[in-house]
Design a protein around this ligand. Structure first.
Ligand SMILES: *Cc1c(COP(=O)(O)O)cnc(C)c1O
Length: 826
């Protein structure tokens, strides 16, 4: 390789240097001048200026990856819930102060420009946010890694409320211009769909072998868009490569030549539909064909891209496992397994066993759920129509796998049926989790309890068959975004106390422990919390017209709306407090004033979830309108909870609600964000709550509810929710209030479905845990009355939560699964 041309110098890391670059962008790229520029002009100029500071690092990192050919990681994820890019880039490049000062010198407020950015909401919730945290950590740890995904034109819908009910609006995140992306149409990839397969004889005489080729019925193009993933002040910038679908040029022409212009344009729409919109279901996939198209589209592009662009031309694909691990973020990208087999067998001429040996060493699979309805399954007729060759390959993988199961089990046909990649009922279909498990070198759950339940329940047969395949990597969150950037006050306090190393070495937070006993430190800690509450007050007033009192306890439950997460349990608690005040059972003076904050989107087709949203809003309205109750209790439900809101909400919280039924939440990551920002958790023994409680200690965590074995046993024995209604007076009164129309203007039918669901099936055992939850909330109240003890616990939560850095998660993946290399420091 010839020496690369030297790079143009990075702009000077000074206020003057920044101003110069900024004005150049405003003039030359935006084509405007300071006096005329709109806020969006300013934002775009600023984004591009910051980009310039990162560009040399990006080019150097990419070049080094290519030259060194280290063992790398490709994270395959259908979702990346990135959050705003500007603040993150400023922090990573150490430009916050310089940018603020430079802009101020031009009469511009940096804060206003931050507000101009629409966050890329290319994910639903925890799973997509996890992917975003992981790529941040990988860049910060100098791991050669690339994220692959989909550039949805419309991300997660924008939530609005009309009469308290959720109404979805399209998320037009690209309309203002997308300054963080770099389109590379010259690296477009062609992806086939449909058609049929053919056998043919390749070679002659003794060399002749029968091969298969796939003749797709139609093709689309994938255009890569690159995003910078800056490491935190380590000189590295990794890449996130998102694919956008386009019509093929040839396809257009063929129809065009028939003279049907309108049809040619329509066919474009078909192709471009693939990356049009993110499916808004979280944990409940709908099995829509377009979703499978999206999945195949992005993994086919990604594998092709990795092989063609990131490996040397003469690379021997037999060595692929030495060069890459493809991490499957849930089952969404699992179709990559038969795709790699197809490439190796049909295109590269590998024989089957050779190809399987390579393929099974290239993939690892992360399972994210325990809910059966979240496990993806594709009917074979859908999959076979869309990807006929892949279905053949899946059948063969299954045949060979089941032969081994038979051999090992002495033809236990019941076991064979349970483990088969193909389900026969209710319709013949492909179980993507089984395919992933069969193919992967490692299968991991996302918290200790979850991994245990995967081994014991969800994938028990597989865990017996391949015990060494199963491992755990507890999730984490990036301390850059969720502490350093979201909580500047706390960050400053921590840095002052223990130095700044914690941002990339979060275990150092342990050094704060002694300060929990330092009254002055606790006072300053409370001051920070207070300032954060005021920040939230401002945001909610400005953004939602919601007024909250920063002098109250901030009790926060933010996460997707799902029955298993049990927002209903929280609202029943609110209703009970309301009832006790209204009925005169407790005096207002005897309660700790609280503001209960909800944030949650419901999948648009999830009727019960949307009813629960309406109930929360209606209860909130009645509570807020009551002259006595509203003195000590308010409900705030800002619409459109997203990463940007989380960044202001989490640092302000006193109490973190993590109240899923034990055994249902795989890990949770919201729970980690709150603990790291000094909120105390009220939670069940579920997901990573278990580990949070073990680390922070029982005295600093409000545990309640059934354990997983208890809940399972109770279900086994025949759970009867109505028995709790009958014997628990508070519960009965709360449910009766809802049923009698207290929160629906006297209309008894409005929330009837919610009530009858709880009294009938109550699949997630809200009623069984109700009393235990009330008791735990009493303990919360008692604890909160002692500000010194509370803030001592809060400081200890921060000090003992360093484990939940996604840097630690990445180390675990590196040690247990990837064994990738790390680039030397610059
Ligand atoms: C962290 C995060 C989540 C995940 O929250 P859980 O409580 O773990 O479900 C969802 N949405 C957003 C915007 C987040 O930042």
């Amino acid at each position: 390789m010839t020496e690369p041309t030297p790079l143009i110098a990075t702009p000077e890391h000074t206020v003057e240097g920044f101003v110069r670059e900024y004005l150049r962008e405003l003039n030359f790229a935006q084509g405007t001048i300071l006096e005329r520029a709109s806020v969006n002009d300013h934002y775009l100029a600023l984004a591009r200026t910051v980009r310039h500071y990162l560009m040399a690092r990006w080019i150097t990192t990419t070049t080094e990856h290519y030259r060194r050919q280290p063992k790398a990681v490709a994270y395959l994820s259908a979702e990346y819930l990135l959050g705003r890019q500007l603040d993150n880039a400023l922090v990573a490049a150490d430009l916050e102060d310089i940018a603020a000062e430079a802009l101020a010198s031009l009469g511009i407020d940096l804060a206003d420009l931050r507000e101009a950015e629409v966050e890329p909401g290319l994910g639903n919730g925890g799973l997509g946010r996890l992917a975003a945290c992981f790529i941040d950590s990988l860049a910060t740890m100098s791991v050669p890694a690339i994220g692959y995904g989909i550039r949805y034109e419309y991300g997660i819908f924008r939530q609005t409320f009309v009469d308290g009910r959720q109404v979805e609006k399209p998320d037009e995140w690209l309309v203002g211009g997308a300054p963080w992306e770099f389109a590379h149409p010259e690296h477009e990839v062609t992806v086939g769909f449909g058609g049929h397969t053919e056998r043919y004889v390749d070679g002659e005489g003794d060399d002749a072998v029968e091969r298969t080729r796939w003749v797709p019925g139609w093709k689309v193009l994938g255009v890569p868009y690159n995003y910078m993933v800056p490491g935190y002040r380590n000189g590295r910038v990794n890449t996130l490569r998102l694919w956008s679908s386009r019509a093929t040029h040839a396809f257009d022409l063929k129809i065009f030549n028939h003279g049907d212009y309108a049809e040619a344009v329509r066919s474009r729409t078909f192709a471009e539909n693939i990356s049009k919109v993110l499916y808004p279901e979280d944990s409940t996939p709908q099995g829509k064909e377009l979703r499978l198209q999206q999945q195949y589209f992005f993994v086919a592009c990604s594998l092709r891209d990795f092989i063609n662009q990131l490996l040397p031309e003469d690379f021997d694909l037999h060595d692929l496992p030495e060069r890459i691990c493809f991490q499957l973020n849930d089952t969404h990208p699992v179709i990559a397994v038969p795709e790699l087999m197809r490439i190796l067998v049909d295109e590269e001429g590998f024989d089957w066993d050779e190809a399987w040996e390579v393929t099974r060493r290239c993939f690892a699979y992360t399972c994210h759920t325990l809910l059966p309805e979240a496990l993806e399954v594709w009917p074979v007729d859908v999959l076979g129509r869309l990807l006929p060759r892949h279905l053949e390959i899946i059948y063969r993988i299954n045949d060979e796998f089941l032969a081994r199961v038979r051999e090992h089990s002495g033809d236990d046909e019941l076991l064979v049926r349970r483990m088969s990649i193909i389900a026969e009922h209710p319709a013949r279909s492909v179980r993507m989790a089984h395919l992933a498990t069969v193919a992967a070198t490692k299968v991991n759950g996302v918290a200790e309890l979850h991994s245990q339940l995967l081994r014991d329940k969800v994938l028990a047969d597989f865990a017996r068959f391949w015990p060494e395949k199963f491992t755990n990597v507890t999730n984490g969150v990036t301390p850059r975004r969720f502490v350093r950037l979201a909580n500047p006050g706390l960050s400053g306090l921590i840095t002052e106390a223990i130095g700044e190393g914690w941002v990339t070495d979060l275990d150092r937070l342990r050094d704060l422990e002694p300060l929990a006993d330092d009254a002055e430190f606790r006072r300053r800690f409370r001051e920070v919390k207070d300032a954060n509450k005021h920040r939230l007050v401002d945001l909610l007033a400005r953004r939602d017209g919601i007024e909250i009192d920063p002098g109250t306890m901030l009790d926060v439950m933010v996460k997707r709306l799902h029955e298993y997460k049990r927002q209903t349990l929280k609202i029943l608690h609110v209703i009970t407090l309301y009832d006790r005040i209204v009925s005169g059972e407790v005096a207002v003076e005897d309660l700790v004033p609280r503001t209960v904050v909800f944030g949650a989107k419901a999948a648009p087709g999830y009727v019960m979830a949307k009813e629960i949203i309406a109930l929360i809003n209606h209860v909130g309205a009645v509570v807020g309108a009551h002259p006595e109750v509203s003195k000590v209790l308010r409900v705030a439900f800002p619409a459109n909870y997203n990463v940007t809101v989380a960044e202001t909400l989490v640092p302000a919280a006193d109490l973190s609600e993590q109240i899923s039924l034990a055994g249902k939440e795989a890990s949770g990551t919201g729970n980690m964000k709150f603990a790291l920002n000094g909120a105390l958790t009220i939670g069940t023994d579920d997901g990573a709550n278990v580990e949070i409680r073990q680390l922070v200690g029982d005295d600093h965590f409000f545990l309640f509810g059934l354990t997983e074995p208890e809940a399972a046993a109770m279900q086994e024995a025949g759970y009867r929710p109505s028995s709790y209604y009958e014997k628990n007076r508070s519960l009965r009164r709360a449910l009766d209030l809802v049923a009698h129309g207290e929160f629906s203007g006297g209309n008894r039918s409005t929330f009837e479905p919610v009530v009858s669901n709880l009294l009938g099936e109550d699949r997630f055992m809200v009623l069984a845990d109700f009393q235990s939850y009330l008791d735990a909330q009493e303990r919360v109240e008692a604890a909160y009355r002692d500000p010194d003890a509370w803030s001592r616990s809060a400081v200890l939560n921060v000090a003992r939560s360093g484990f939940f850095s996604s840097d630690r998660s990445m180390r675990d993946y590196m040690d247990r699964i990837w064994h990738a290399e790390v680039l030397p420091p610059l």
